[in-house]
Design a protein around this ligand. Structure first.
Ligand SMILES: C[S@@+](CC[C@H](N)C(=O)[O-])C[C@H]1O[C@@H](n2cnc3c(N)ncnc32)[C@H](O)[C@@H]1O
Length: 206
């Protein structure tokens, strides 16, 4: 289910920079200042782990981070990151096998686009259960806003990662609808790369 990015771990970040410049980084960094000090942060599908260093620039200490990544190679790269005096627990498993609760903040970036609509629903419910009432969920993903090149680029990426990493999806699942169905409120959002990338901070009902 989803995709294991082992086969692209060594070049994933370089490829991202080549295609998108710094847009995918800017999108994910945009809402990080909203992380409250001393929180429990759950990062799911964090890839090579560069986001840990960006979080550490803002919070050199005080965070309790759980980093869940299905790819062993991605997890190994992430372990080498500078996390300052924050506590980080690396879990190399699919998030579906991880049981946590009362997380203050959850970060999912380009995770849901790996899943079909049908498989995204139970995954969403599982992650939702780990966030405390009133907690923050930072989600970044691609979106189609009507420009033809977005469609071509999205299909090319999904095909590439389907062949290489077994990504199952062929179109974007409707994650915004899922947040709405579960009663989340959008607190802040930003778009990048000509609207192709959207990042949103949601708050779970208290
Ligand atoms: C498209 S990559 C994005 C990586 C990173 N968030 C970034 O933006 O650079 C998706 C990541 O999610 C991981 N992943 C996919 N399914 C997962 C699952 N069920 N549990 C945990 N990680 C998963 C993949 O191994 C991959 O590293």
């Amino acid at each position: 289910m989803g995709g294991n990015y082992d086969n692209s771990a060594s070049f994933y970040d370089s490829l991202s920079r080549l295609v998108f410049g710094r847009a995918l980084i800017q999108a994910q960094v945009y809402l990080l200042p909203q992380i409250p000090p001393n929180s429990n942060v759950l990062i799911i599908g964090g890839g090579t782990g560069w986001i840990l260093e960006e979080i550490t620039k803002l919070h050199p200490s005080g965070l309790n981070i759980t980093y869940v990544e299905i790819s062993a190679k991605m997890t190994a790269l992430s372990r080498k990151r500078n996390v300052g005096d924050n506590q980080v627990n690396f879990i190399n498993k699919p998030v579906q096998q991880v049981e946590l609760n009362q997380q203050d903040v959850i970060i999912t970036s380009f995770l849901f686009d790996n899943f079909t609509e049908g498989n995204m629903h139970p995954l969403f419910a599982h992650i939702h259960a780990m966030l405390k009432p009133g907690g923050l969920w930072l989600n970044t993903d691609f979106q189609l806003s009507g420009k033809w090149w977005q469609y071509i680029l999205l299909k090319s990426m999904l095909l590439f990662f389907k062949v290489l990493c077994g990504v199952e999806s062929w179109r974007l699942p409707d994650v915004a609808k899922q947040f709405n169905n579960y009663g989340y409120q959008v607190i802040e959002e930003g778009t990048f790369f000509n609207d192709f990338v959207v990042t949103k901070m949601y708050r779970k009902q208290a």
